[in-house]
Design a protein around this ligand. Sequence first.
Ligand code: NDP
Length: 234
Amino acid sequence: MAAPIAGKTVVVVGGSRGIGAEFVRQFAAKGNRVIATARTPAQAAKELEGTKVELTQLDVTSPQSVEQWAAEVQKLAPHIDLLINNAGVYSRRVGFSDVTHDDMLAAFTTNAIGPLMVVQQLHKRGVLGGARPTLVANVTSKVGSIDDNKSGGGYAYRASKTALNIINKSLSIDLAGDNITCTLLHPGYVRTDMTGGAGLIDKEESVRGMIGVLESGVELQGTFHDFAGKDIPW
Ligand code: NDP
């Protein structure tokens, strides 16, 4: 999409708060039809008050939830132009000695397996690609870059995002023939609930930047960019 994203059907997974909610706001403001997911839609409705958005219920860790949700999306929209796969969790226990089996599982289930199942089930429902292109943007993190890891630790979160990165690579190969582009975006270090309010930038700047990357015309198939358009090494 080397053009402004407007008048499109955009789905934001994990659109209830933080970066995801900001994607919803900015895409709605640009005149797109936005379908967003939340685990608790009533709560998301409060966060997104005043924004034109269709809220759907989804927990990406539940295969049944993903299947039911994909069926609901198919009823709402025959074609999705852009899917922002943004839902994610961070593990507070980051170190070698304190990370647990459950931390690893939770991070992988939400951050890597969830996004894959979302794409698989939507594809099964025929709402991605085909006669019209679809762009899938998986929201990852630079800390999943092996090259960028200079400080160690972060076992659960880092490994789950590295897994998401290789999943995106395979998707970009497997789905290219179906007119589907799969890309990775790193939002920057953003002040949200996930970071406990710490960070270098606000969500507005992060999301403006990431939308700019998607609109810029740079190669997106199987690539990994940050919010400023910088290529992230693997
Ligand atoms: P938040 O914690 O503020 O928001 C997380 C979002 O993910 C919420 O919408 C949440 O929904 C959703 N979510 C979590 N678990 C599930 C689930 N099981 N099923 C469906 N939705 C779920 O995080 P951020 O906005 O900061 O992060 C958004 C994305 O950006 C994540 O993928 C994160 O890893 C990535 N990222 C963030 C960075 C940062 O500095 N903030 C840096 C690098 C990457 P609910 O409201 O229902 O909990």
